[in-house]
Design a protein around this ligand. Structure first.
Ligand code: CU
Length: 580
């Protein structure tokens, strides 16, 4: 999402009066729909004294990132005469809001360095990391998650990514010795956890395990669990290693490779009083993967949107622990209603209490809360587009019955939405494009290609398909392919096939048709700069043999690009691409 203005207290620029030497307490609430902000003060460090409204031991930061729905209280001191800027810069550096404190000569806050859009990490363009749009994300395959790639906090699933292109990434310090990492490796011998959480939460194997049972982990020894009893599947025993989570370590962070663009200060947050729960309480562990789709407005927890989900079931009196594994290249500010949770951040018994925590790209974050607020509570990503499109759940206390009036409107919460979009290339030699209508699992597509240059008669083709969404890499479809020349309709074929997103973001499509033939397509758009892209497409059809195109597009506006392209049938052409 791109925004024209960023506001503090409703204005791009505001001011407070203050005397030199005076200390002010600022409460900063990120109330935006989708924007994270880097916070800084021109007059010196900000002394963080509270997070999400609850006191923490004071910690000084010169600059830090606040996620959507988070709150920080900071003390700032006006060093001398003059007006000092408190600045909140949008994460992507597209703008900022200013609050001037004091009067007289203006002292602006330092500029935030722009994110480097041209670094690539494996096949991920870093632009995708910073882009707060659903299209800007890239997830990882289920099998890698099930194989435990993301169960090691702070490891970023590096086994699957080529870090060669990232300066500074080779010399990473993992912040823990290998033996410790092995010892604290989480249990992922079963893939049950990747299914819907309701199965986890309501598993029949629910039991109060003795400490010795809890320690049975096959090939590696585990420390004694901190709690005496445990319910259901167990994912790990000690999350102390999370102190080295990517969100807390500049060495491991994608964005944080540059220490001038830090992430939230979680590792340093320490509660005033111990927040640990009684060791007598049973613990229920719930594993949640945060998943997103490319190009489409669908966002999942455990591969399911809210509309297809059951509640996360917990029981009053226990400790509910959520292990959140972010498989996308985006930050997600996860927010729980009705409770404060401990953010397991390496501060032991003094883990801070919050209601919203950022789960950084490709990292794991663990929270736990005392289940002491009997009822139904919403738990969701606070990026509003993600919440609206599936990244949400109801946390349900067993035995709670909903007020009948609320129960009557509850189905609305689970309603699936339909979206429409499309794209048309109108060039001098040909036109092609598509229109799409989709909800979470169903995609209707109409595609066309019409060419008139270097051919005797205008050649045209229309393809109409219904796709069933399997996962963000894979859909299967059935439809019809209509072909003709001029006003003659030559052929109609039924087609059946699938689309698969290959590594390097190569889009592939394979079909067989009712004339006994088949077709294979490969397409790729490669961003050379944020505006300039190289386009390529190749197609082999058993009826018409090879066809291909290559070109360049330059984005002039959100909805328009200039396109120059060569097509194997229709030659060179140029024109406009229009996006809906
Ligand atoms: Cu999100």
């Amino acid at each position: 999402m791109a925004y024209d203005r960023f506001l503090a207290n409703g204005k791009p620029e505001t001011s407070f009066s203050a005397k030199p030497g005076e200390t002010l307490r600022l409460r900063i609430i990120d109330g935006s729909a989708t924007t994270y902000f880097h916070l800084e003060f021109a007059g010196g460090p900000m002394n963080i004294v509270a997070a999400d409204g609850l006191d923490v031991q004071p910690v000084k930061e010169n600059r830090f990132l606040i996620g959507v729905a988070e709150t920080y209280d900071v003390l700032v001191q006006i060093p001398a005469s003059g007006a000092y800027e408190f600045r909140a810069t949008a994460h992507d550096c597209s703008g900022y809001a200013s609050v001037w404190i004091g009067s007289g000569e203006r002292h602006p806050a330092p500029e935030l360095p722009k994110p480097n859009l041209y670094h690539t990490m494996g096949h991920f363009n870093l632009k995708q990391v910073f882009s707060l749009t659903p299209a800007g994300t890239m997830g990882m395959p289920d099998r890698e998650v099930e194989a435990g790639k993301f169960d090691q906090p702070g490891m970023m699933g590096m086994g699957s990514m080529d870090m060669g292109g990232m300066p500074g990434m080779e010399s990473m310090d993992h912040g823990a010795d290998p033996a410790k990492m092995k010892m604290e490796r989480m249990d992922h011998t079963s893939s049950t956890g990747a299914g819907d959480m309701s199965h986890d939460a309501a598993m029949p194997m629910e039991h109060r395990a003795s400490p010795t049972q809890g320690m049975d982990h096959g090939d590696h020894s585990m420390p004694i669990p901190s709690q005496a009893s445990r319910i259901g599947k167990k994912y790990g025993a000690d999350f102390g290693f999370l102190a080295a989570d990517v969100s807390a370590s500049k060495n491991l962070a994608v964005d944080g490779v540059d220490p001038s663009r830090p992430w939230p200060p979680y590792a340093k947050l320490r509660a005033i009083k111990p927040t640990a729960f009684s060791k007598e309480k049973p613990v229920r562990e719930i594993r949640l993967t945060l998943d997103g789709d490319m190009e489409r407005y669908v966002w999942f927890l455990n591969n399911k949107p809210l509309s297809e989900s059951d509640s996360i079931r917990i029981r009053e009196g226990e400790v509910a622990r959520f292990i959140m594994i972010n498989r996308t290249m985006m930050h997600h500010p996860m927010h729980l209603h009705g409770h404060f949770f401990r953010v397991i951040n390496g501060q032991g018994d003094y883990a801070p209490l919050k209601h919203t925590v950022n789960v950084a790209p490709m990292s794991t974050t663990v929270i736990e809360f005392d289940a002491n607020e009997f009822g139904d509570w919403f738990f969701h990503c606070h990026l509003l587009y993600h919440m609206k499109n599936g990244m949400a759940r109801v946390v349900h206390y067993e035995g709670f019955t909903l007020d009948p009036q609320l129960a009557a409107v509850r189905p609305k919460l689970y309603k699936d939405s339909w979206y429409f979009w499309g794209q048309a290339d109108v060039l001098s030699n040909m036109t092609e494009g598509f229109l799409m209508l989709s909800n979470t699992r169903n995609i209707l597509t109409a595609e066309w290609e019409v060419g008139w240059q270097e051919v005797d008669d205008t050649e045209w083709e229309g393809i109409f398909t219904y796709d069933r969404y399997i996962n963000r890499f894979f859909t299967i479809f059935a439809g019809a392919d209509l072909l003709g020349e001029g006003d003659e309709h030559d052929d109609t074929r039924g087609v059946f096939g699938f689309r698969y997103l290959l590594p390097l973001n190569l889009e592939s499509r394979v079909w067989i048709d009712t004339d006994g033939g088949g077709r294979f397509n490969l397409g790729k758009s490669f961003e050379l700069t944020p505006r300039l892209a190289l386009l390529g497409e190749a197609e082999y059809d058993t009826h018409d043999k090879w066809e291909g195109s290559a070109g360049l597009s330059y984005m002039v506006h959100k909805y328009f690009s200039l396109v120059g392209q060569w097509h194997s049938e229709y030659g060179f052409g140029g024109g406009l691409q229009i996006r809906l």
